[in-house]
Design a protein around this ligand. Structure first.
Ligand SMILES: CC(C)(COP(=O)(O)OP(=O)(O)OC[C@H]1O[C@@H](n2cnc3c(N)ncnc32)[C@H](O)[C@@H]1OP(=O)(O)O)[C@@H](O)C(=O)NCCC(=O)NCCS
Length: 185
């Protein structure tokens, strides 16, 4: 399969298609699982899809056509983040890994950055599997860090990939063990 990213014009020629994508799909692991048309319209107007910090792309599959959206975020920081959303009908088919690999290639080939990060909820097992299958490494598990409307907070889990691991096909481990305090309190 061949995945490509096409930059969209959220406030212009892509507005209607983006509105339709965002309101026709459910995003159960996002803060706003069912965005309304007016919420999406405000996000478009306030630059949430396209400003100096964010660029949004259509994800195009060579055989299936347009399968979802990818937003690259925090672009004015040294480490970009992403928001990946497949169309419901293309979920659960093993496509996410190729998409994350294509997104990683895009970031390291076109941007002068050394890290690329992503976060998801602990119960988003498919996304976590996609991270691991794409050569990303878990760097944090923020216990109770993700508020859930009307429910108990869940953990937020953070993954990242280093440019040198991407270049060399290596996995640099996180030094999890902390030092020991041996002084008596
Ligand atoms: C999250 C998302 C990108 C994952 O992509 P996907 O192509 O749908 O992923 P899949 O369902 O094929 O799952 C990926 C892997 O996880 C495994 N997996 C999925 N659910 C699982 C579960 N509950 N337990 C164990 N493994 C699971 C799959 O078997 C698959 O492994 P395989 O490729 O070896 O078969 C996609 O489902 C999506 O866009 N969801 C909505 C938006 C979202 O949550 N985005 C993430 C926020 S950044």
């Amino acid at each position: 399969m061949n995945i490509s990213l096409t930059r969209m014009d959220p406030a212009g020629s892509d507005r209607e298609a983006l509105m339709s994508f965002m309101t026709a799909n459910e995003f159960p692991f996002h803060m706003r699982p069912r965005p309304s048309a007016s919420q999406v319209a405000s996000s478009i107007e306030d630059g949430s899809f396209d400003d100096e910090d964010t660029t949004t792309y259509w994800i195009e599959h060579s055989e299936l056509g347009r399968i979802g959206t990818l937003a690259l975020e925090d672009l004015t920081d040294p480490t970009p983040l992403f928001d990946l959303r497949l169309d419901s009908k293309f979920r659960g088919r093993g496509l996410g890994t190729g998409v994350l690999r294509a997104a990683t290639d895009h970031v390291f080939k076109t941007m002068d950055v050394n890290r690329f990060e992503g976060q998801t909820r602990e119960d988003n097992i498919a996304m976590r599997a996609v991270f691991l299958k794409s050569g990303w490494v878990k760097e944090a598990h923020y216990r109770e860090g993700w508020p859930v409307d009307g429910g108990t907070p869940v953990a937020s889990v953070a993954y990242a990939i280093l440019r040198r691991d991407w270049e060399n096909g290596t996995l640099t481990p996180v030094p999890w063990d902390d030092f020991t305090i041996d002084r008596a309190p």
